[in-house]
Design a protein around this ligand. Structure first.
Ligand code: SF4
Length: 490
């Protein structure tokens, strides 16, 4: 969600005349345990994506050309005219990272008082964070929240006109209307995230999202389809439908399963993914969209699902307010695999939730053996101020939690490797995302089931692309068949 918001912020800045600065990264980490894209947004008009450990922060930069009055590219914080820090508050450490980053930016502001520093995102929806900024970082020019990103141009104009010693603050408690048709500076041309809903009604006891992102509100079905059509016309092949709990989408003309069918019919869209699914709302109707055959099948729906379980203990799931049991979750997996045997299933686990005992943890290990997840994001529980679980008694010593965590991760990795080994010798269509991050001489992409594949560029493609000088980049966005020859855990 944060990544998509950053794309919108970047688009709004671009519309104001700002131009992209380089992208950067402070640190890596998850946001909501249910949103794991892990890639920061921006990449645009004065935009830069920065990911912070334990939370996601995208900073946007822009610089103004003194002669023309237009904004030109800035090399980074040092010569930017606008710095926007887009925060995520899901994990405790995100606060520390954010305030550490503000410390860096302060040096720039002290040297160049004219630079506009804005902070936004879900941290700003928490009163104690805003108070702390006003008290200790009053040099920040603008604080705005998650519900009024569309107001950014006006807010920046206000800051420019007023230039006060105090930050301007514009944080709304709830989203009052759905701003449609906002510009976006997309990070990729071949794949795009499309928000279908905002907020969450679930109030999992460890999670801050319902308090910072507000209650669920779904976008109008036809607005979503118009955005998808526009993206497809511009060459986007893969759509990621985004929401905190996409399974409860209710956009007027469609439920989530129907929305997938509608997106599936948009010419040019080859792959549909979605994130994130709450197990309690995963319907049989949606599972039918995955089916290997039949009239309900959605051809472009990728056979992969991120289905966070969090714990294998029904007792802990109740304490988490998750509204499903261990056995109920396993039944869902069985249904998914009956519909689509090759479906790739990933999940989230939180280890060390307050009150988790040995028996609870053994239930988690049992689920791992029975489900055999393709991949899992694993977290040691850390309390979030303002959530019910932060007040729960937590008698388990940290070293016991760490032992459980290590044991779980080891077994998850073994299973991932065992599953991945079954891919050796098979051929998969891979959507090329560009040069590999670990070996720039290789290409990197994703299978239909979302497995990451690194491979050498096919010689004929290199030869065909050679005249434009960047054969690996030229392959970006192309779908190619790749034979898997070796595997690892990632
Ligand atoms: S479903 Fe639970 S974990 Fe996910 S965003 Fe909502 S409250 Fe947070």
């Amino acid at each position: 969600m944060n990544e998509r918001d950053s794309e919108t912020i970047a688009g709004l800045l671009e519309q104001m005349g700002y131009v992209a600065a380089e992208r950067g990264s402070i640190a890596a980490g998850g946001g909501c345990t249910e949103l794991k894209d892990g890639e920061a947004g921006g990449g645009a008009a004065g935009s830069d994506g920065i990911v912070m450990k334990g939370g996601e922060t995208a900073g946007l930069r822009a610089a103004k050309d003194g002669e023309t009055g237009r904004f030109a590219a800035a090399a980074g914080f040092e010569d930017a005219d606008v710095i926007v820090v887009n925060t995520c508050s899901v994990r405790e450490n995100a606060d520390n990272r954010f305030f550490g980053l503000l410390g860096h930016i302060k040096h720039v502001k002290m040297r160049r008082p004219d630079v506009i520093v804005a902070v936004c995102g879900c941290m700003m929806q928490q009163g104690h964070i805003v108070d702390k900024i006003r008290e200790k970082h009053a040099w920040v020019d603008l604080i705005f929240g998650t519900h009024n990103i569309d107001a950014l141009p006006g807010l920046i104009e206000e800051v420019l006109a007023r230039r006060s010693e105090e930050p301007a603050v514009s944080v709304l408690p709830e989203r009052v209307s759905m701003a449609e048709g906002l510009p976006a500076k997309r990070r990729y041309s071949f794949k795009a995230s499309v928000n279908i809903m905002y907020g969450c009604n679930n109030y999992c006891t460890y999670c801050i999202v319902p308090y910072t992102r507000g209650r669920e509100i779904s976008r109008d079905t036809y607005s979503i389809l118009a955005e998808v059509r526009e993206l497809a016309a511009a060459g986007t092949k893969e759509i990621l439908l985004l929401g905190q709990n996409v399974n409860s989408y209710a956009g007027g003309a469609a439920d989530f399963a129907d929305l997938i069918t509608m997106v599936d019919k948009v010419p040019g869209i080859k792959r549909i993914r979605f994130m994130t699914s709450h197990p309690k709302d995963l319907s049989d109707k949606l599972i039918e969209r995955f089916s290997a055959a039949g009239t309900s099948r959605a051809e472009s729906l990728c056979p992969s699902i991120h289905l966070p379980i969090q714990s294998g203990s029904s007792r802990i799931l109740e304490l988490m307010n998750r509204h499903y049991t261990k056995e109920g979750y396993i039944r869902l997996v069985e249904k998914l695999r009956a519909a689509r045997p090759d479906i790739v299933i990933s999940t989230d686990f939180i280890v060390g939730f307050p009150g988790e005992d040995e028996e609870d943890f053994e239930h988690t290990m049992d689920v791992i053996e029975r489900v055999r997840f393709d991949a899992a994001f694993t977290f040691l529980y850390s309390p979030r101020t303002g959530t019910p679980a932060a007040e729960y008694d937590d008698p388990t010593p940290p070293e016991i939690k760490q032992k459980r965590f290590d044991r779980m991760v080891k077994r998850l990795n073994e299973i991932t490797l065992e599953i991945n080994r079954t891919y050796v010798g098979t051929v998969h269509d891979v959507l090329v995302e560009g040069p590999s991050k670990t070996d720039p001489s290789m290409l990197s992409g994703r299978t239909f089931g979302n497995k990451l594949v690194n491979f050498p560029a096919p010689p004929d493609c290199v030869a065909a692309a050679a005249p434009i000088g960047t054969p690996l980049l030229a392959m970006t966005g192309v779908i190619v068949p790749v034979r898997i020859t070796s595997v690892n855990v990632d």
